[in-house]
Unconditional design. Structure first.
Length: 292
């Protein structure tokens, strides 16, 4: 590597400073988006959990073998919903989901199971397309507009139709979820078949209530809402974790840029000192030659 002049080093330091200003601004933007997304997440989680509890309660009054979304079959065909971000610059946020997906696909295939993919997020689409995987549906730019149940209802209808018509025997959902501001975790959930955890000790208590128009019809509506909202929650969870991951990544990048500026400033000072010393030696040598 050629030795850099003080002018070249100064240019390099300025370039790092420009990058540091960008990463600092991106950190501030991500922090603002994180606060908004976290408020939405805090409103989403309780509803999702209460909805699941309600399904558990109502499921105690119906025959699981009659309802197609509650039927349990041998898992020979599996649909895997992969949720990533549309953008990068968020550390290992997307790669964690992709690596876990590849690991699970390999495990399922070793067990002789057929795996189909439903991809949500540009990073997932870019990675898995043209690699020989059976992709049922793929969606990009989901997060560009405000997240709403219109999109999740569309996907939920596809999933329900596939499971009811026995095109798949199980549907899994993988996404990142926020744990704390500085940490997130990749989680896999089974979306279908829905397996309520029946608390038989509550049946006598629940039997005091009348369910209208009927337990089957109420459960049908609840299951549709549950499917759509679980997808919605997964998108909100992923979006919130993405903003946290990007904020952390930009914070690390800003601090690394500061360390790089310090190192190159030391190099610049040394190079400038060497240049001054060289010029002084040349002047002294020239003066000595003139005196002779």
């Amino acid at each position: 590597m050629a030795k850099l002049s003080p002018r070249d080093i100064k240019r390099k330091i300025q370039g790092i400073k420009n990058t540091q200003r960008i990463t600092k601004a991106m950190k501030a933007v991500s922090a603002a988006k994180l606060n908004k997304a976290r408020a939405m997440l805090n409103a989403t989680r309780p509803y999702s959990e209460r909805l699941y509890d309600l399904i558990n309660d109502v499921a105690a009054f119906v025959d699981r073998d009659i309802h197609p979304l509650l039927q349990v079959r041998d898992e020979k065909k599996i649909d895997y919903i992969v949720i990533t971000a549309d953008r990068g610059l968020a550390g290992a946020f997307n790669s964690y989901v992709i690596k876990r997906t590849l690991s699970d696909i390999q495990k399922f295939q070793q067990e002789g199971k057929e795996v189909n993919l439903i991809l949500i997020g540009r990073k997932a689409v870019q990675f898995f397309k043209n690699k020989g995987y059976n992709i049922i549906e793929s969606y990009e730019d989901v997060y560009r507009d405000n997240l709403n149940l219109t999109f999740t209802s569309k996907v939920g209808s596809i999933l329900s139709e596939r499971y009811e018509n026995q095109k798949t025997d199980a549907i899994y959902l993988i996404n990142n979820e926020l744990i704390t501001t500085a940490t997130y975790e990749t989680k896999v959930r089974k979306l279908f078949p829905i397996e309520p955890e029946l608390d038989y000790s509550k049946i006598s208590e629940l039997s005091r209530y009348n369910i209208e128009p009927s337990a089957d019809e109420v459960l049908e509506e609840l299951l549709i809402r549950y499917i759509n909202f679980q997808l919605y929650r997964a998108l909100v969870e992923s979006s919130t974790a993405e903003h946290a991951a990007r904020m952390l990544a930009m914070d690390n990048a800003t601090r690394n840029a500061g360390e790089a500026i310090k190192r190159w400033t030391v190099i610049f000072n040394k190079a400038r000192q060497e240049a001054i010393t060289t010029e002084l030696i040349d002047i002294i040598n020239a003066a000595t030659a003139i005196q002779k």
